[in-house]
Design a protein around this ligand. Structure first.
Ligand SMILES: N[C@@H](Cc1ccc(O)cc1)C(=O)O
Length: 510
């Protein structure tokens, strides 16, 4: 049964799926009101207060930020400092994160602050939870983070909104925060001296995006496996390329899982014959488990990187209220997410490339073993006029090229910034944005392949030969997209199919 209970933020570790479910509005959000949790959070804020009173000096509270930490802030002005911090970072540009992405970002920040090492009040966590509960989402420009001093600029938009400033997305509209707060009777927060820094000085933008990317990639890997099975059936490929014994001899677990799924789809049980009539298919069929398997095998490692970041205190300085320490470090550095997203985007783009090659086999009478050119379903006098999937293949080539082009690692483009204080940075947010874009393009390729491979299977009259899993997929696709007889503009069909993929509408494998 799918869990519909609200995601609980109480410092216990959250899996990626909690953030993805929350972002997709399958689950709500609730902040723990357990008295021990509340007290633990507030102890951090109280310790910062005490420190300020006793020592009169705390980094980012009585000093300027980053390279400006040598500048002293007069004690009677420390309350103004957090307002300056989110204000001067209000310089993001580019497109805005969409609602789903913004929810993931806000939730990732709440998860980190709920660890209890950021020296913020429980009240601040409540204010963030309120945003999620009312679905009042900061309007955050995507560009302007180097992902090392935290996602300072994107997260300044969260800070500003908590304080009742800037703009939000609310019920599909872009509106001034103050107006929406007034409507919902939410009071703007006045930050304590360290609170704006705690909100902004972390990796939540890239981490929220990474959760969404992981979830989409895992679904795409399964979908690409199903598409491969459809293509093998439609091309009358050699199903024994996925033989269990064969895969036990090179036992990468994810790769073996992909082969097992294809075997189940194709209903292959017995032993491979000594000589199949199709001895060896092209690599985009024969090596599909070796391509999809790379992604499947990367997922557990990627999960570990993303979930460790998600459930970490990733700002600076950290406040250890129990040990009465201020811990100065660089946990805002998003190196792990940068590596995870650079890796994931490469693995996902390889799926696009694999499917692009499968389509090349399906549409081309030189390789498709007797299927009509371009998978056209037109007969008789109509046949010469019709071009079937010709333009779709061209589209797939373009989407694949665009995806592959974006795989250049972002993390190697570190550059010294902020007067050389941030002289090595992660670029993890750029990697995560690239990864999301590559996922979009690869989902487009998958939508096209799904439609084309179903068309091919039907042209082959192959329904009787294919097992229940392929039949189920064929019926599901037919609910969205009719068989292509005469040429028609396929954009609407592609978009319907794409929507189903994005909503992960089909349960593909148990
Ligand atoms: N990330 C820096 C703080 C910082 C904040 C805002 C800046 O504009 C620059 C730097 C640190 O903790 O060391």
């Amino acid at each position: 049964m799918t869990d519909r209970s609200p995601v609980l933020f109480d410092a216990s570790p959250l899996p990626i799926e909690s953030i993805a479910d929350l972002a997709r509005q399958r689950r709500g959000a609730v902040l723990s009101d357990n008295p021990d949790f509340v007290a633990r959070i507030d102890r951090g804020a109280a310790f910062v207060d005490r420190l300020l009173r006793e020592e009169g000096c705390v980094y980012g509270v009585t000093t300027g930020y980053g390279d400006s930490c040598t500048v002293a802030i007069p004690l009677d002005r420390v309350e103004e400092l957090p307002i300056h911090l989110y204000t001067f970072h209000g310089c993001g540009l580019g497109h805005y994160f969409d609602a789903e992405q913004s929810r993931a970002i806000v939730a990732a920040r709440l998860s980190s602050l709920a660890q209890g090492y950021s020296g913020v009040r429980y009240k601040l966590l409540q204010q963030i939870a309120l945003l999620l509960q009312h679905d009042v989402l900061p309007l955050i420009p995507q560009e302007g983070s180097v992902g090392a001093s935290g996602d300072l600029t994107p997260l300044s938009y969260l800070a500003a909104v908590l304080a009742g400033e800037r703009e939000v997305q609310y019920r599909g509209q872009r509106r001034p925060t103050a107006e929406v707060f007034a409507e919902l009777q939410i009071e703007a927060l006045r930050f304590q001296p360290k609170e704006a820094l705690a909100i902004m000085n972390g990796t939540a933008a890239m981490t929220g995006l990474a959760c969404l990317a992981f979830d989409r990639a895992a679904y795409l890997a399964a979908l690409c496996t199903r598409i491969t099975s459809l293509a093998v059936a439609a091309l009358q490929g050699n199903a024994y390329h996925f033989d269990a014994k064969l895969f036990s001899l090179k036992p990468h677990p994810g790769q073996m899982r992909v082969a097992a799924r294809i075997r189940a789809d194709l209903q292959i049980t017995g032993e491979a014959p000594r000589n199949d009539k199709r001895l060896q298919d092209r690599y985009s069929l024969r090596c599909a488990p070796h391509v999809i398997g790379v992604l499947e095998d990367a997922l557990p490692w990627l999960r570990q990187l993303i979930e460790t970041e998600l459930n970490s205190a990733n700002d600076n300085p950290l406040i250890d209220a129990d040990g009465e320490h201020v811990l100065h470090g660089g946990h805002f550095y998003g190196g792990h997410i940068a590596m995870a997203m650079d890796t994931l985007k490469t693995a996902v783009a390889n799926l696009a490339d694999l499917m692009d090659r499968q389509l090349a086999q399906l549409v081309d009478p030189k390789f498709n073993h007797g299927l009509p050119a371009n998978l056209s379903g037109a007969c008789g006098g109509q046949a010469p006029l019709n071009h079937g999937f010709k333009a779709v293949q061209i589209g797939v080539s373009a989407w694949t090229a665009e995806a592959l082009k974006l795989t250049m690692p972002a993390s190697v483009f570190s550059r010294s910034t902020e007067c050389h204080n941030q002289d090595k940075v992660s670029m993890g947010t750029i990697a995560a944005r690239d990864c999301i874009r590559i996922l979009e393009l690869t989902e487009q390729v998958a939508a096209a392949l799904l439609i084309a491979s179903c068309q091919a299977l039907e042209l082959r009259g192959g329904l009787d030969r294919s097992g229940p899993m392929l039949q189920a997929t064929l019926h599901q696709v037919r609910e969205q997209v009719a068989f292509l007889t005469d040429d028609r503009a396929l954009e609407a069909d592609l978009r319907r199919c794409l929507r189903a993929i994005r909503q992960q509408q089909w349960q593909l494998y148990p």
